[in-house]
Design a protein. Structure first.
Ligand SMILES: Cc1cc2nc3c(=O)[nH]c(=O)nc-3n(C[C@H](O)[C@H](O)[C@H](O)COP(=O)(O)OP(=O)(O)OC[C@H]3O[C@@H](n4cnc5c(N)ncnc54)[C@H](O)[C@@H]3O)c2cc1C
Length: 545
């Protein structure tokens, strides 16, 4: 059972169905969210949603962007660009409203259950809207959940496993007697979404102490449907109730739009107030209850790591839970979900805290330092890196218990065990494609070789791997030969641009084992089939020998 049908719960449901697991999803509201929620979706999130086919509508609707500008008063102090190449599958970031993400994840959950984009044996997803989990009693063999349906009736439902995706005010967390730990910032931001027709380039825009709103910090993001997100800092002495009153909000927005020369008619859609929090549970697995998304952690919106990290939780958890439920792995595998994702949250909190303190300095000393950095950045280009906002990027699991011995001495490059497997553009049987299209279902063995025949022993390991519902007709290990020349076939891709061989520092017979969520698990220069066999068995036992 999944409690909470926000973006994380709906994505988890879609991924579970894709991996052959049926689930019941309870959502207290009657439909997808509305109002000002997440808008910036990272490349990694687009990849995860791509595992269940939700990337296509997302890309059709979303607005891609690669960089942004910061201004101190009325002068530009920074123009940054995130790493990106013309050959990438996804833009480093797209802007799209959270209600669309929920809609597409929901459609993917129903589609995966119906077999669209998934393999044989996809699971069924039963989404119950207007249904709230009220009480939770966890025990060693499962969880009893009291649910209230839309007609006010209460029922008790037993589930073997429960994923709590019920957001920042999680009922499941409260019922289990667990608490988020960390800090909450004092600084407040008014979040305004307005509708205005504009041709302005899509980029992240920030103003520190702008003439339109002296003393404040303002962020702007363009969204689809001619909607703009404008966030501005509220002065410490301002009453938060007064701060969101249209009479106070609209003149500030008007002044800012006038300052930047946006003269088209506009109207406000939603106004809310936000303050940043850096909070997490200490562990995301509590017996048969697993926490994901905002129910597990709350990170500042600055740096856009909230939803993006929640989708990574879902991507990390779904394949592990599927393997456990299908009897291919011991439940200790789920402990690695907790340790990997808690580590990720700590990193996200560290970056999010830095961004928050820069956006809304927590004390006078910090405000002075920030002003000094901004003034200096006007004239000294090397200082500009200090004011560069680091946007969300995939976290490394370099101390994961699933990592196999890395043979780091034999390799250059960054594709170490525990790192996101690098992307590469390739020739595939169906035309041009990307290596990441192979991830998201099964383990993948990338065998770098120009010999047309795969070694028989490797083929046998792949054939002996346990079945995996999310991958039509194949086992839980998919073997792919990456050649630099020749022709493609069902098991061969051609690295005609040389990106894969270079990024994986490959030589003839180099082999990489990649987890179903696209992280490198191990690498070998001359792998024996026994290496792969052992690596898989260890992974399924959560790294235990
Ligand atoms: C203004 C703003 C801007 C943001 N911008 C970004 C951004 O650009 N990028 C980014 O990555 N993140 C951003 N975030 C954060 C992002 O919105 C959250 O991290 C994200 O919504 C978390 O998703 P979730 O599914 O975990 O939780 P939620 O979206 O909170 O969903 C939880 C769901 O559970 C349901 N629920 C709650 N209790 C129960 C119950 N007892 N029974 C059944 N259902 C229940 C709720 O109705 C809700 O639908 C932003 C947040 C805000 C407020």
């Amino acid at each position: 059972m999944i409690v909470g049908g926000g973006p994380v719960g709906l994505t988890a449901a879609a991924l579970l169905a894709h991996h052959g697991v049926s689930c019941l999803l309870l959502e207290a509201d009657g439909t997808w969210c509305e109002g000002s929620r997440a808008i910036c979706l990272s490349r990694r999130s687009q990849e995860i949603l791509g595992w269940v086919g939700a990337d296509r509508p997302m890309i059709a609707k979303g607005l891609p962007w690669v960089g942004g500008r910061s201004y101190f008063r009325d002068r530009e102090v920074l123009h940054f660009e995130m790493p990106s190449e013309a050959t990438e599958r996804f833009a480093p970031m797209i802007n799209i409203q959270q209600y669309y993400i929920e809609q597409y994840a929901h459609a993917a959950a129903l589609g995966a259950a119906a077999g669209v984009g998934a393999g044989h044996g996809a699971g069924a997803v039963d989404v119950r809207w207007s249904t709230r989990a009220c009480a939770v009693r966890a025990h060693s063999s499962g969880v009893d959940v009291d649910i209230q349906t839309h007609d006010g009736m209460t029922h008790c439902v037993h589930t073997d496993w429960l994923i709590a995706c019920d957001g920042g005010r999680s009922t499941v967390r409260e019922q289990m007697g667990l608490q988020l730990e960390g800090i909450q910032y004092e600084g407040r931001y008014v979040i305004v979404d307005i509708e205005q027709d504009t041709r302005r380039k899509v980029e992240r825009l920030a103003w520190f102490d702008p003439p339109s709103n002296p003393g404040s910090t303002i962020l702007m993001h363009r969204q689809p449907d001619n909607i703009w997100r404008i966030d501005y800092q509220v002065a410490d002495h301002e009453d938060p109730v007064q701060a969101v009153k249209p009479d106070n909000v609209l003149p500030r927005v008007r002044a800012h739009l006038e300052m930047i020369g946006e003269t088209a008619p506009w109207k406000p859609l939603w106004i809310s107030i936000y303050n940043a929090k850096c909070l997490t549970l200490q562990g995301y697995r509590h017996g048969r209850v697993l926490f994901a998304g905002d129910a597990a952690h709350l990170v500042p919106i600055f740096g856009v790591r909230g939803l993006n990290s929640g989708l990574d939780d879902a991507g990390n958890l779904a394949w592990k839970l599927a393997l456990v439920l299908q009897g291919h792995a011991g439940d200790a595998l789920l402990d690695s979900y907790s340790s990997e994702r808690v580590r990720a949250t700590r990193e996200n909190i560290a970056f999010g805290a830095k961004s928050t303190e820069f956006m809304a300095p927590p004390h006078e000393g910090f405000a002075l330092m920030r002003e000094a950095a901004l003034r200096l950045a006007l004239v000294v280009p090397s200082v500009r890196s200090l004011i560069n906002p680091r946007q969300s990027s995939p976290v490394e699991y370099t101390d994961s218990p699933l990592n196999q011995s890395d043979h780091g001495d034999a390799f250059g490059g960054s594709a170490r065990a525990g790192m996101p497997a690098p992307e590469a553009k390739l020739q595939m049987p169906q035309g041009q494609g990307h290596l990441t299209e192979f991830y998201g279902s099964a383990f993948v063995a990338l065998y770098f070789s120009n010999h047309p025949r795969l070694p028989v022993s490797l083929r046998r390991v792949a054939e002996a791997a346990p079945p995996c519902a999310g991958f039509s007709g194949a086992g839980s290990l998919r073997l792919i030969r990456v050649a630099t020349r020749g022709t493609t076939d069902a098991r061969t891709v051609v690295d005609d641009l040389g990106q894969a061989w270079q990024r994986y520092d490959a030589r003839e017979s180099t082999l990489y084992l990649v987890r179903p969520d696209g992280y490198v698990m191990g690498r070998w220069r001359d792998a024996e089939s026994a290496d792969i066999d052992m690596a898989l068995k260890r992974a399924l036992r959560n790294g235990k020998p």
